[in-house]
Design a protein around this ligand. Structure first.
Ligand code: NAP
Length: 246
């Protein structure tokens, strides 16, 4: 187990990619702090992971609420002493063409997908600075690299996350902290499940591997970026997309 004694905090951990990341890091011995917005779902995942022998601690929080995020990080530091891995995974979509997009749809996506990562990074960095160690992985998207019709808000948030991560990587590299992005393509999760069949088919047509990705295929890349093997990798965007965008 490569993460014994490590503490990993994963946002959006109660389903999909975040749940898979929490499980993957937990199986390597990390204590996983699960953050999500719905308490019931979160508690179920924490129970499931605990039953599998993983130390999982749930925290209900909206990542866009900076005061709440600060409190969560303070509680984690005071009870567990550290945050070694911070995985900013919580994200939402509010898809529509720009001409029809409401201001609230723009603001909400940016608040959660981009400001959420800012909130957690800012709150967790102090302890990482003191430890002179840290791994931050921000979950971006293929859409932040290539754009997509109906997703101007989402693409802006994910492209913003990439620029944010590269800038932060430069700021914190001298302190032994790495900051990278993982950019998934189309991964089968509750987020993509709700897309209309014709949209799913259109995606499949442009994926050279002719299948959708699995959450665990993203989680394994996150695990690698958190490991000692990735110590000299920072400011990078690793795509996990079956060749959809090269
Ligand atoms: P998902 O199935 O919708 O899971 C996201 C989780 O984040 C949900 O449990 C959601 O709770 C939670 N969440 C939403 N808003 C939150 C908030 N304000 N504070 C805390 N938690 C919040 O999504 P996913 O497919 O696993 O995606 C995970 C990440 O990967 C996202 O950042 C997404 O943009 C990115 N991504 C996904 C794909 C894909 O194909 N699936 C592709 C590229 C990138 P609720 O269910 O209650 O909203």
């Amino acid at each position: 187990m490569i993460f014994k004694e490590r503490v990993s905090l994963v946002t959006g951990a109660s389903q999909g990619i975040g749940e898979a990341i929490a499980e993957e890091l937990g199986r390597e011995g990390a204590t996983v702090v699960l953050v999500d917005i719905q308490k019931e779902k979160l508690d179920q995942v924490a129970e499931r992971l605990s039953a599998a022998g993983i130390k999982a601690i749930p925290f209900e929080a909206d990542v866009s609420d900076s005061a709440r995020v600060t409190r969560v990080v303070e509680e984690v530091i005071s009870s567990l002493g550290r945050i070694d891995h911070l995985i900013n995974n919580a994200g939402i979509t509010r898809d529509t063409l720009l001409l029809r997009m409401k201001e609230e749809e723009w603001d909400l996506v940016l608040q959660i997908n981009l400001k959420g990562a800012f909130n957690f990074c800012r709150a967790a960095l102090k302890s990482m600075f003191n430890a002179r160690y840290g791994r931050i992985v921000n979950i971006a998207s293929v859409v932040g690299l290539m754009g997509n019709v109906g997703q101007t808000n989402y693409a802006a948030s994910k492209a913003g996350l990439i620029g944010f991560s590269k800038s932060l990587a430069r700021e914190v590299a001298p302190r032994g902290i790495t900051v990278n992005c993982v950019a998934p393509g189309y991964i089968a999760t509750p987020m993509t499940e709700k897309l209309p069949e014709e949209v799913k088919k259109a995606f499949l047509d442009i994926i050279p591997m002719k299948r959708f990705g699995l959450p665990v295929e993203v989680a394994r890349v996150v695990k690698f970026l958190c490991s000692d093997d990735a110590a000299y990798i920072t400011g990078q965007v690793i795509s996990v997309n079956g060749g959809m965008y090269m």
